[in-house]
Unconditional design. Sequence first.
Length: 516
Amino acid sequence: MYIVVIPAKGQSGRLSNKNMRSLLGRPMLDYTIDAASRWPGVEPGTIYVSTDSDDIAAHAEARGIGVIRRAPSLGGETPIIEVYRHAWARLGHPPVRALIGLQPDHPDRRLTISETITAFEADGADMLVSTEADGTKNGAHYIVSLPVLKGAEPRSKTVLVDDCTNVHHVEDLEKAEAWLAKRPRIVSGVGLDDAPLAAEILGTVGLLRCAGSDRGALLKAVQPAGAYLASAAVRVDAEFLDAAPNLRLIGSPHTGRDHLDLDEIALRNITLFHIAEDYDLLNGFTATAEHAFGLLLALTRRTVPASRDAAEGVWSREKFTGFQLFGKTLGIIGLGRLGTMVARMAQGFGMRVLACDIRNVSVPGVEMASLDRVLRRADVLSLHIHLDKTTEGLIDARALARMKPGAILINTSRGRVIDETALLAALRDEHLGGAALDVVDGEWLSPEALRDHPLLSFARKSDRLLITPHIGGATQESISGARDFMARRMADWLLKWHWSREQEYAESFRGPSEKE
């Protein structure tokens, strides 16, 4: 358990009433309260302001923040650690892991609480204090462990570079205001409730708005945006980019890129980040491979219709006879990260695995073969390929005709790797035993248009076609992991971009002699 304490004395020897000074129309203290409130680990009643000021206390209480009263003597040159110890004692000596201290002298802090906690935990320190880049004490963030709160001397101290403004004078306040006023507007097309760390990271470097994945609403929201966290459900095309004239950065926390018009994005000189090749990250995500195998099991054992009947009291085992996987042949097209995971799962079920790939790869126990051989020999064919010009329509009428009568097709890659008209024909004439799809071509269409999709229409009438709404990667771990990772990449880029703008801003105020 952590608690947050914001030390905010009423007077300062350098800048009077500093904590309540107006900064873009709000008290400077508000920015530190906002930083604490963005922290994903925040719980009700765990943020406090330690103060000797009636005005500050009233303001904190109005914002729903707890107040710890202290004497004016507990300020000035008193070591800040004593303020934190006093706060902990006034709270009744709770058995916290540590106390987090946020100094309101740094309204433009560019380091999240989560980052300081990560450093604190990794180092095993008794106390963490952030520092300026030149090594001078900044103190924007403190983390004080329970033994130190009890009076022990800190066993070690960890420092972090934190280049936010340290407000001592009016000009410092003006610097912070200039930085905050120029923060980029960031719009997210994906929800961040399941990725609170991503929201904290982006909210620290810019003005974040989660607009959802409704295309009409999103086109309005992105108009002022400098950065966009992309939803796979919304096409970023010429129309989208026309609606976002200020856009400088797109971050897509998805492996697929068919929702992105790459040529149009490059033409407009917009920086694009995606995770398709971030293998250190992706190797920990097994969700799509697990879903592919889950679809296979659901289809072969007819789980969905059997469950539907059972819920109605129809208890008919013979009606839902399936077939076992042991001894069957799984064909995999694309033996990359996901294809390899599926191959290993299949081996665990006692299946023989054939695979083809454009690269020269090998996996223990997997027989590499030509595309033709994989198609002809597979009892189950699973697709794990990226969509590009070489793979679009790869599984066409000719490929489907070469598959075994009664074979099963699984697709968790992209809809357009299959000729969907040919697939529908193969299902209708029962050449295929069935198909399970997590993707279809046109999945970004409106619900009304999507309902009329030929494959979805067929699936409503036939239990031999199972379709899920692109949920292969939709697990808590993969969603939050990808969004956190992308938020960090975007934040790093935005800080550098913002810093270059800040330098240009500073240059405009320098006289001729200074510029020399």
